[in-house]
Design a protein around this ligand. Sequence first.
Ligand SMILES: Nc1ncnc2c1ncn2[C@@H]1O[C@H](COP(=O)(O)OP(=O)(O)OP(=O)(O)O)[C@@H](O)[C@H]1O
Length: 288
Amino acid sequence: MTSKAGAVATRTYREKLGPEILEVFDKSFNSFTDVQVLSGTHLLNLSDVVVESPTGSGKTLAFVLPMMRMLQNAKLQPKEIGALILSPSRELCHQIVTVIKPFADKLNLTVETVTGGQKVEKNIKMFKTKNVNILVATPGRLFQIIQHEKTLIARSMKSVQLLVIDEADRFNEIQFEDHMREILSCIPKQRRTGLFSATQVKEEDDLMVFGLRNAKQVKVAQEKNSAAPSTLKNYFVECPADEKTSACLEFIRQRTDKKFLVFFPSCNSVRFFQMKKKFLKQEKACVE
Ligand SMILES: Nc1ncnc2c1ncn2[C@@H]1O[C@H](COP(=O)(O)OP(=O)(O)OP(=O)(O)O)[C@@H](O)[C@H]1O
């Protein structure tokens, strides 16, 4: 935000966040990114937001900063969950917690995760025994816990003021709508909701699934100087979803003189690919 209006918006946003949160932010960063000022201002003005902003534009702090301010004002009791963040994978949930932790420590708030890969019984015990103010969860696992202990979860989440759905464009499993309906039935209707994603945000009808009301749209464009170089050629291969791994392996196998960088959404996908590659006696270094 370089314009005069941008400078005013940034100054106003800093005032809204208050000294404690800024003290933590200023230790690591010089200024807010555009998506942080725009989304944070709407959320602190009590509007829902639908945010589309490129990868790496700082979307995590765009919801973490206003969330911390909301929770600071809420004066939560130890076992009251004030914010629920849904993210599609275990790894992303843990990354979000890492961003939240310094702010939560400063404000004496606690953050926990519930994700797949842990025992459901352990998750339930966590709800019963730990003080949790911010919960970061994968929707599938939270749904499973609600199936076991709906009254407990609804009681723990009756103070939720903010629901964040991160990487909203990646929630595309068939059961997702059922999961979302059940989760929404456990949190108050009077809350703010923020939907954050890197790609085209859903159609109006799809937004109903997330319980959004009259949301403000925030759309931040990719910076020109971060666009792909003009000499880079992009190709794609269309194939059924369950043939993606073998199509990718075949592509690599036909070009053994080239180097490849392959991106995956989770550590488990990297391990699976590595295993397949070993199987084909094509082992090369795979970086997690
Ligand atoms: N205000 C800021 N100034 C400088 N760096 C920042 C700022 N906010 C976030 N970052 C850094 O930018 C990087 C990307 O942030 P983040 O992961 O939140 O982006 P994102 O938009 O969520 O990307 P993705 O869509 O891949 O999840 C991180 O390393 C983060 O520490």
